[in-house]
Design a protein around this ligand. Structure first.
Ligand code: KIV
Ligand code: ZN
Length: 531
């Protein structure tokens, strides 16, 4: 009998990440992976190891750290990708290798330039190679939504025969309609003889805004794994939003014949916030489940109904996704215990933040701002978690003069052991500050994007600056948080410059080690020749 449990496969860190303007750091990916695990995601696709050393390292770190979720890595249907996926994953307690190849005629003929027979052969060989490393192998038929059904049936049967335990049917270009996509899944169940030997999965993109509806139609036709991302981030218009799938299955459980997921729904709101914050991808206010307006009632008629009986206009409560609008406040007289108890009430455990660091940041903020609200604490925590302790450049002092005159900024910047000063004028305070930082550090950065947002409420709230910076063709995301928006902007730029400086230091150490090794090898060869 078919299980009632729908497996959720999260690809925020792979499909989602590949669509961001700047890549996430290993530290940021790990933070998100831990949040996804707490949310109850069954499988977490952590990256595409062969694509870059950074991706390999993130998959390995996540595989090493997660306990209950199964960590997965992507590979094309070629040996070197599958081997790299295994090398990155092998430290995990349990892992999955995900391999894929295109199956639609346009992809097979124009992208792969092969015959369909050759593509089936490559898929079978890839699944068999992955099976050398694990029993948990997922095979995806890329662009399945546009694949002729006979070809799709043939490929699914061959992949299962070769040992795939999950077969994924992606609507890669978000082209199908719900009854059409549900029909494809139904046909596979009717026509593929060994279909009961694998879990059928779906992976829908949102180009026509139907990824969630298509995924649910597939579930109703028998699919038991849904792939997607938090907040629906991903290639182009994005992927299926998994928080929506989780809440549809919970809210319409009886209509759906008792389907369940392993999601801890109370974690939805803060996981969504974390993903949005670290990925620098704002959530539209009217987005289902996690948008800022998803639970607010504006019209008088609706508000009247809500006061009489909440069920008039509310099909699920904000509390059910962990959204508690308490916004309690603390002051500089509040102790560590009070800060900790507010964090407890918001659902954060001490392993997720360093109380000493948070308390110090809280005191600094309370001195400037008076009252500190729960949303301020949350912002301080996120910020502390992405901050690196070994930053080379740190702002010790900042003074700004601006108004109807040219803006002037002077700063003192800690550069390793030494403090350096600089002053500059600019067409605004941020421009002047950035000139000072460029001159002291020697880095000339091109800014692709600069955003300022208020965290929390009121004119005394924290300001967050996010920049996307381009340095020698690589993109970096920098973020800064302060009560002063010029200071937050400076922190964002220093965040980027410190990341570049750290990467250059590591590259220089590697280079000198390689030279040292080459030199030792040469000396060894010479002395062997002399003997
Ligand atoms: O959209 C897609 O087809 C994919 C595959 C790699 C699963 O992301
Ligand atoms: Zn995809």
């Amino acid at each position: 009998m078919m299980s009632n449990n729908v497996i959720l496969f999260d690809t925020t860190l792979r499909d989602g990440e590949q669509a961001l303007s700047a890549s996430l750091t290993v530290k940021e990916k790990l933070q998100i992976a831990l949040a996804l695990e707490r949310l109850g995601m069954d499988v977490i696709e952590a990256g595409f190891p062969v694509s870059s050393p950074g991706d390999f390292e993130s998959v390995r770190t996540i595989a090493q750290t997660l306990k209950s979720a199964r960590v997965c890595a992507l590979s094309r249907a070629v040996d070197k990708d599958i081997d790299a996926a295994y090398e990155a994953l092998k430290v995990a307690e349990a892992f999955r290798i995900h391999t894929f190849i295109s199956t639609s005629t346009i992809h097979v003929e124009d992208k792969l330039k092969r015959s369909y027979d050759q593509v089936v052969e490559m898929a079978v060989a890839a699944v068999k190679r992955a099976r050398r490393y694990t029993d948990d192998v997922e095979f995806s038929c890329e662009d399945a939504g546009r694949t002729p059904i006979d070809n799709l049936c043939r490929m699914v049967e061959a992949a299962i025969d070769a040992g795939a335990s999950t077969v994924n049917i992606p609507d890669t270009v978000g082209y199908t309609l719900p009854n059409e996509f549900g029909g494809i899944i139904e046909t596979l169940f009717n026509r593929v003889p060994n279909i009961d030997k694998a879990v059928i999965s779906v992976h829908c993109h949102d180009d026509l805004g139907m990824s969630v509806a298509n995924s649910m139609a597939a579930v109703q036709a028998g699919a038991r794994q849904v792939e997607g991302t938090i907040n629906g981030i991903g290639e182009r218009a994005g992927n299926c939003a998994l928080e929506e799938i989780a809440m549809i299955i919970k809210t319409r459980e009886s209509f759906l014949g008792g389907l369940t997921t392993n999601v801890n729904h109370q974690e939805i709101h803060r996981t969504s916030k974390m993903v949005s914050q670290l990925c620098n991808m704002p959530v539209q206010p009217n987005k289902a489940i996690v948008g800022a307006n998803a639970f607010s009632h504006s019209s008088g008629i609706h508000q009247d109904g809500m006061l009489k009986n909440k069920n008039t206009y509310e099909i699920m409560t904000p509390e059910s996704i962990g959204l508690n609008n308490k916004a309690l406040n603390l002051t500089s007289r509040s102790g560590r215990a009070a800060v900790k108890s507010h964090m407890d009430a918001m659902g954060y455990t001490e392993g997720e933040y360093d109380l000493d660091v948070l308390y110090q940041d809280f005191l600094d903020l309370a001195d400037r701002k008076g009252q500190v609200f729960d949303y301020d604490l949350e912002a301080l925590m996120y910020f502390a978690n992405v901050r690196d302790e070994d930053d080379f450049f740190k702002m010790n002092y900042l003074s700004v003069q601006s108004g109807s005159i040219m803006a002037t900024t002077s700063i003192r910047l800690q550069c390793g052991e030494e403090e350096r000063c600089e002053a500059a004028v600019g067409n605004g305070p941020v421009d002047a500050l950035y000139q000072c930082i460029y001159r002291i550090t020697g880095y000339e950065i091109v800014l692709d994007k600069f955003d300022l947002t208020a965290k929390g409420e009121g004119e005394d709230g924290l300001g967050q600056a996010d920049i996307i910076a381009n340095y020698k063709g690589c993109k970096y995301h920098g973020t800064g948080l302060a009560t002063d928006i010029v200071e937050a902007s400076g922190q964002a730029l220093l965040h980027v410059i410190n990341s570049i400086h750290r990467a250059e230091r590591i590259a220089a150490i590697k280079h000198s080690n390689q030279q040292h090794q080459a030199h030792s090898q040469k000396e060894h060869n010479i002395s062997s020749e002399q003997m």
